[in-house]
Design a protein around this ligand. Sequence first.
Ligand code: FCB
Length: 515
Amino acid sequence: MVRVLTALSLVLLSLNSIEIAGKVVGAEKYSRHDFPADFVFGSGTSAYQVEGAANEDGRTPTIFDTFAHSATWLGGNGDVACDQYHKYKEDVQLMVDTGLDAYRFSISWARLIPNGRGPVNPKGLEYYNNLINELVKHGIQPHVTLLHIDLPQALEDEYGGFVNRRIVRDFKAYAEVCFQEFGDRVLHWTTMNEGNIFSVGGYDLGESPPQRCSFPFGLFRCERGNSTTEPYIAAHNILLAHASAAALYKKKYQPKQHGFIGFNLLSLMFLPATNSTADLSASQRANEFFIGWFMDPLVFGDYPEIMKRTAGNRIPKFTKVESRLVKGSFDFIGINHYATGYVQDNPSNLKREPRDFVADMAVKVMINAEDAPPDGFPVMPWGLQFTLEYFKQLYDNPPMYIHENGQRTDRNTTLIDTSRVEYMQVFIESLLDSVRNGSNARGYFSWSFLDVFEIMDGYRSSYGLYYVDLDDPNLTRYPKFSQHWYSAFLKGASIPSDDVIRLGKNSDTLSTVSF
Ligand code: FCB
């Protein structure tokens, strides 16, 4: 079946005009040539989600392995994943076929430095050198994330990972190995993926690694943790770890390697659910908690006032030295953006004692179900524009990369992933609008290049441009319609206008999400 569908999508591609959602649309609207010449288009994955070879060549377990093996609802784990560890050459060839300018991937700390600290694993070094060389050989820029969830379990066990200040020294030492070994070829470094979601999901809700939370908070029963304080402590240490690595890079490596270093956040840009003053200020507050939490320290050297006031002594205070270290410690910001939440004021949360991070926000978050395909995200491209405008106005328009954006679909359904094409089409178009409006966005990476092991639902969902047949021992990759669409776009095709799908917000269809 898969092969038939592949053939079908190839036929679709060979048509001069691309048929989307039942309409033949050939009128020129935009193409990649409308973006600045050095604007980078790529796609991404992360180590645990794609590499496999979890128990090979000296790699040790990480908090992602532990989570995946214990979270039975995921129905799988990343032990084998897409086996990119062994199939990287084939995958780089697929990137060439697709026409990617850049590949965003992460390095597995536990593969490079088993146990998190100490000697470098020659096999880990060899693997990342091979992957990077293969990319560079084909003219594909490596954009590398140092930590994408998978902290070595050894450091979590030894001292609690990010809740302990000791992580800062170990992270910096790991980062230095990467700069030293790969920095002659890697020019784009991101220290950490989604610092905000890692802190909330891992230390308040307990729904993601390292699954720490405390009763009555958290969506799960956690064995350890403290939802009232740890999200704030983890975030503080993440900022310090990031800033220490960035300072080292800027001082010792940047002058000779001429690369860039940045930080990554999930933007769940919050908009007011109604035009009441209360909801308007609730949405501002939610954005300060979610984005300002990291961006204020990175740009101004301290947390937003509203957070300090609400969390009191539960949020760490920056010393003068820390503040100076963190302030300005980035060359770019990576933004992951999938969906936009609508926010209602929920002041009763502030009467709760004790409170976790979520209660401190004092909002109810809703999504607009009407705009969502049954198995995917609501398609709200204005959320991305709003995000970029927000960074432009509040944080002086830093260089930004859209590091992740893509549509979820159920896996094993069809290779004709029309909803993903529709999604990418309007998001890339809204990105172009933002760039034309003066946004300093420098690149766009679709999530994900292949169907990988997903943190929320294992192998049941998919975001990839390529389907990976897990029943086939060769884990054969099959291009989807979205791969053909993106490839055509990357090779200069004109993309039709945004009337393909209906866009709009109807507040009657808002429904509360568990958050
Ligand atoms: C993001 C993660 C990424 C992927 C997508 C769907 O939050 O960074 O690894 O799982 O969600």
